[in-house]
Design a protein around this ligand. Structure first.
Ligand SMILES: NC(=O)c1ccc[n+]([C@@H]2O[C@H](COP(=O)([O-])OP(=O)(O)OC[C@H]3O[C@@H](n4cnc5c(N)ncnc54)[C@H](OP(=O)(O)O)[C@@H]3O)[C@@H](O)[C@H]2O)c1
Length: 309
């Protein structure tokens, strides 16, 4: 593998995917950048070393056609970044079966479909697959249900796929961003709004309050005010590109890359500790505090290559 190895990035028209395409191109890589709209394909084609490809990840024919174009380029494919995704929100009662299938089609079945199409090339190159998950793959909260379900599914997909492909020389990682500056809010707003608007009793009043909150101007805050649930501080997409680059090119890529602010990271770790304590609370385990600490020490020692305690 050379450092200029070709990489394919899905969902490259905006946000994280668009930043990543530029980041890879600046470092000398050929980038197959996928988008759905003609204007986006043309804009991507203006970037040095970028080969735009039309691809809706929900359309198997477009996925196969894009794969054929990569094969015909003769460049091979070292890396695949499954980035395309949608982030619609809403109360469960307002999601139709069709809506749920659609968000899974883009966020979960899409990566599966695209990965399978390019798998032969990736194995040939002894390459890498990087899935863009989310901190919502670990935590969940109200209104985020279907989105976080898809990102939880992508976690399981990543772990299983990595187990399967590792013997064939392909590593699979998942990058789990917190809030990142991108177009995801704007792109998902129409569907999110219409869901809250169609809420039925007894959820209607709550939905109206959410809609009112969406349309209120943001409260003026000092930049020094610490981050909180009411004062989120989204990060630059640069931190995602840096993590993806490590997953693509480091000699020992990590399985998971958590990226975001300190406040967001604390939120994830707290949720994981709560989950550990929930799982421990059963007749078979119920480890004491000392046993839990010993368990943690053993795993830390294994990671650092030291003796187990
Ligand atoms: N921004 C965040 O705070 C954040 C946090 C955690 C995880 N993420 C994840 O990061 C990834 C990128 O999101 P983003 O924040 O950069 O949002 P974004 O700016 O809305 O970009 C999403 C990209 O996905 C593409 N896309 C949507 N549906 C598609 C489909 N059916 N087929 C192919 N492409 C499709 C969009 O293309 P079109 O222009 O054609 O719609 C766009 O290029 C997503 O997987 C998202 O879940 C984002």
């Amino acid at each position: 593998m050379t450092q200029t190895a070709p990489i394919l990035v899905t969902g490259a028209s905006s946000g994280i995917g668009n930043h990543l395409v530029r980041y890879l191109s600046e470092r000398g890589h050929t980038v197959f950048a996928t988008a759905r709209q003609e204007s986006h394909l043309q804009a991507l084609g203006q970037i040095e070393r970028v080969i735009p490809l039309r691809m809706d990840v929900c359309d198997p024919q477009q996925v196969q056609a894009a794969c054929q174009q990569v094969v015909e380029s003769g460049l091979g494919l070292y890396g695949l970044v499954n980035n395309a995704g949608i982030g619609e929100l809403g109360m469960f009662s307002t999601w139709t079966d069709e809506d749920i299938l659609h968000i899974f089609d883009v966020n979960v079945f899409g990566p599966h479909r695209v990965t399978n199409a390019f798998l032969r090339l990736l194995v040939e190159a002894q390459g890498r697959i990087v899935n863009i998950g989310s901190q919502g793959g670990t935590i969940s909260s109200k209104y985020y249900g279907p989105y976080t379900m898809t990102k939880h599914a992508l976690e399981a997909y990543t772990v299983s796929l990595n187990d399967e492909l590792h013997p064939y020389g392909v590593w699979v990682s998942i990058v789990q961003p917190g809030g990142i500056i991108s177009d995801i809010g704007r792109n998902s707003m129409p569907a999110t709004f219409s869901r809250f608007e169609r809420a039925q009793p007894p959820f209607q009043e709550e939905a109206q309050q959410v809609l009112a909150a969406f349309t209120q101007p943001p409260q003026e805050r000092s930049p020094d005010e610490p981050e909180s649930a009411a004062n989120r501080k989204p990060s630059s997409p640069e931190i995602v590109s840096v993590a993806v680059y490590d997953a693509l090119f480091s000699a020992q890529p990590k399985l998971r890359y958590l990226v975001g602010t300190r406040w967001e990271g604390d939120r994830v770790l707290n949720a994981l500790v709560e989950k550990l304590l929930d799982e421990n609370d059963n007749p078979q385990h119920n480890y004491s505090r000392q046993e839990l600490i010993a368990l943690l020490d053993r795993h830390l020692a294994q990671r650092s290559g030291g003796e187990t305690g």
